[in-house]
Design a protein around this ligand. Structure first.
Ligand SMILES: N[C@@H](CCC(=O)N[C@@H](CS)C(=O)NCC(=O)O)C(=O)O
Length: 207
């Protein structure tokens, strides 16, 4: 079996995939395609992902792009713990978390953590966009924590792809002075504590 992950450790989406690979105890190679250096837009990577994004995976010669497709594929083909809930409602909760993050979460959260951590990459420090990002991020966390309800994880009693989606961007937010404000959401604190204790989280720090 050969498995290659294309994408650098600074990318939240790459970390989501890497956390799944760690949860599965999978062996893989990683090519550190660096977003900060514009490497996803180099011709050799555009062959893999025509839209110039990471992550991409190649599994025994089969290429998959887009994190949602990668997560579903790897969860199905790799042995080990399943990260897809075993019933329709919990699967819907995980899928909702994933879609909310993709559609409304990543952009809002990146405009907050990017402001402090990667200002050049997001086109400079813009306070209006940061403040809008704080509100957007809070709404996203609020709605995802409502999906979690009183369960320990977003889609129920077990860790799922929904949790792995949200965790890396929260890790970046946690490094900013806006963390307390963004994280002041019912249910977030206990969820975040359990995510931070996962070996798959601890062994995939952004670099
Ligand atoms: N829709 C893509 C989004 C992935 C994405 O936004 N990746 C970022 C890094 S976290 C990236 O490659 N950015 C490069 C760029 O936009 O230049 C997915 O789900 O995989």
């Amino acid at each position: 079996m050969s498995l290659t992950l294309y994408g650098f450790d600074g990318s939240p989406y790459v970390r989501t995939v890497k956390m799944l690979l760690k949860e599965k105890n999978a062996e893989f190679d990683q090519l550190q395609i660096n977003v900060m250096k514009g490497e996803p837009h180099h011709p050799d990577h555009l062959v893999r992902h025509a839209f110039g994004k990471v992550p991409v995976i190649e599994h025994d010669g089969f290429r998959v792009i887009e994190t949602s497709a990668i997560m579903a594929y790897l969860d199905e083909v790799l042995p080990g713990v399943s990260l897809t809930p075993d019933n329709a409602r919990d699967r819907a909760r995980a899928n909702m978390a994933q879609a909310i993050y993709d559609s409304y979460g990543y952009g809002s959260m990146a405009s907050v953590f990017g402001y402090y951590l990667f200002p050049d990459f997001i086109g400079g420090q813009n306070d209006e966009s940061r403040l809008k990002g704080i509100q957007g991020s809070k709404l996203v966390l609020t709605e995802i924590m409502k999906l979690k309800g009183s369960d320990p994880y977003i889609a129920g009693k077990s860790l799922s792809v929904g949790d792995l989606y949200l965790a890396p961007a929260c890790a970046y937010l946690a490094m900013t002075p806006d963390a307390d404000e963004v994280f002041a959401v019912t249910g977030f604190e206990t969820w975040w504590a359990s995510i931070q204790s996962l070996p798959s989280f601890k062994t995939t720090p952004p670099q």
